[in-house]
Design a protein around this ligand. Structure first.
Ligand code: MG
Length: 255
């Protein structure tokens, strides 16, 4: 069911958005060569507890997960695209790391992701991150009243296709509210002027994720981490936004 938030409710959601943005920034800043993924997860958990926030991931056990997630943040390295389960691994020079974090503050969820390069950047990775980030910006720019969700999807897909990347449609954005995953679905490719009309008060996550060499994925033996089928690297950028009368409000904008 698609829910429309009142202006007062959208205002209440700002606190969750700001906190999620701060955790994404803090964990990304701590992601240096030699740092263990479990230390980054611990940092996220410490910040959640200190804020009195409620993790959206710790007990999360959807149909596509083998068991409750059991951690505070998704950490996906190199060929891992989404849902990376934190494990004991020390970041290496040239790794790319996607950090995807969601939690609720005062009963409202926000969800955001970023991909960073650890240490020395490889040109192909710089391009992949730039394209994926630009697709998020294009999707956000299309998130205006009078448009439809297909306009958001088409804007994202267009950036991917122009860069020669194909789009996997198995996972995409989603409505965000009292829980992390609600309606409507936000596909990362589509046709303009189709789908759900965008109205003020509609709050959802836009989250393009692209892989350099394939649009196919498989699930790691850990039961959670989704990896590219050919081992190519993946990037993922996400913001939670609210449709307003004018420009979209990016609730998870980083300072
Ligand atoms: Mg997310």
């Amino acid at each position: 069911m698609i829910e429309i938030r009142t202006p007062a409710e959208v205002d209440e959601m700002r606190a969750a958005g700001e906190f999620v943005a701060s955790v994404v920034s803090a964990t990304a800043a701590a992601s240096k060569v030699g740092v263990n993924l479990l230390a980054l997860d611990k940092l996220a958990g410490d910040l959640v507890r200190r804020r009195g926030a409620v993790s959206s991931y710790l007990d999360y056990h959807p149909s596509f997960g083998a068991s409750p997630f059991g951690h505070y943040i998704c950490l996906s390295v190199n060929d891992a695209a989404l849902h990376g389960l934190p494990h004991s691994y020390k970041l290496r020079d040239g790794d790319i790391l996607s950090l995807d974090f969601a939690c609720s503050v005062d009963g409202w969820v926000a969800d955001s992701a970023i991909t960073i390069i650890v240490g020395t950047p490889a040109p192909a990775d710089v391009t992949l991150l730039e394209v994926t980030s630009r697709a998020l910006d294009a999707g956000i720019a299309a998130a205006r009243p009078g448009n439809k969700m297909g306009d958001v999807s088409a804007a994202i897909g267009e950036v991917a296709h122009a860069a020669g990347l194909s789009v996997n449609l198995e996972f995409g954005g989603h409505g965000v509210g009292r829980t992390m995953h609600g309606d409507p679905h936000v596909p990362n490719d589509g046709r303009p002027n189709r789908g759900v009309p965008l109205r003020p008060g509609l709050v959802f996550a836009i989250e393009p994720w692209f892989m350099l060499g394939t649009d196919r994925i498989y699930t790691d033996r850990d039961g959670w981490t989704l990896r590219s089928a050919d081992g190519s690297r993946a990037a993922h950028f996400e913001h939670t936004i609210a449709i307003t009368d004018g420009d979209p409000l990016v609730l998870t904008a980083r300072a």
